[in-house]
Design a protein around this ligand. Structure first.
Ligand SMILES: [Zn+2]
Ligand SMILES: [Zn+2]
Length: 267
């Protein structure tokens, strides 16, 4: 089998602007250069016009500073391609802020994700005990929201699709069934998903998604990009060798450029 190249691109990188990451943006770029990467994409939590989850995102008027900082880093480090991305949440009414942001700034790509359902986190959280029906409804709602994000046409990539396994490690089969609904929608649109390595550093101890879902994504011919979800510079490119192994096991064989800047793996 042809050896799959290790990704030299990390498209999921946060900054201190979102209040829960540390380090100068320059330090993330320097780490990527140190690793020999050809590309890094910042994808900090997008600001919103309403009051949605202010603790985890930059303020609206900080976004132009974020953009200018990336522009300055591009000039300082021409040896690496630096992309301007964002990670944007799907929640009730998310569309208008995102449309305004995309219409105002030269954003290279948008990662869509769901972190909360009506204020309840979908991961990194000790959930209240729920009944079996409630758990199934919660997981179903999580995937419904991702599907709504896919159908909005506002995203290029869907992030950490099975992150909800954090709280429900014994619901693998149900999560897989729900993820298949999502992949069917993604397949219609040409979006990519991300292979996010941050789960290896956290309680689940495996990537988002795990191998079985990567295989399923392969069956649907869904392209995959790699992201570390770095919240500090040392996490840039973390465990990308393992990501490569998983992709290879799942039958991904080539890389290609995705819309038009992102380098994605393809079956
Ligand atoms: Zn996220
Ligand atoms: Zn993130």
């Amino acid at each position: 089998m042809k050896d799959l190249p290790v990704s030299q691109t990390d498209y999921h990188v946060h900054t201190a602007y979102c209040h829960h990451a540390t380090g100068e943006m320059e330090a993330y770029v320097l780490r990527a250069i140190q690793l020999g990467f050809t590309e890094i994409g910042f994808s900090d939590h997008a600001p919103v016009r309403d009051l949605y989850d202010p603790e985890h995102r930059m303020k609206w008027n900080q976004f132009s500073i974020y953009v200018d900082t990336i522009q300055g880093l591009r000039e300082s480090y021409p040896q690496i391609q630096i992309l301007l991305g964002i990670e944007a949440d799907v929640y009730n009414g998310f569309e208008s802020s995102l449309i305004e942001l995309k219409g105002t700034f030269p954003i290279d790509y948008v990662i869509g994700s769901v972190h909360f359902i009506e204020g309840v986190p979908v991961f990194m959280y000790e959930a209240e005990p729920l009944s079996d029906d409630e758990i199934r409804a919660f997981i179903t709602e999580y995937f419904d929201r991702l599907i709504r994000g896919v159908r909005s046409g506002l995203f290029d990539v869907i992030a950490h699709v099975d992150v909800i396994k954090w709280n429900y490690p014994d619901r693998t089969d149900f999560i897989q069934t729900q993820a298949e609904r999502l992949f069917q929608e993604i397949q219609k649109t040409g979006l990519a998903i991300e292979l996010n390595t941050s789960g290896l550093r956290k309680k689940p101890g495996e990537t988002y998604p795990g191998l079985n879902l990567i295989r399923l994504a392969g069956q649907y011919k869904i392209p995959i990009i790699t992201g570390s979800d770095a919240h500090e510079p040392k996490h840039v490119g973390a465990d990308f060798h393992l990501a490569k192994e998983l992709l290879q096991k799942a039958g991904y064989t080539t890389c290609f450029r995705f819309r038009p800047a992102l380098l994605a793996y393809r079956v």
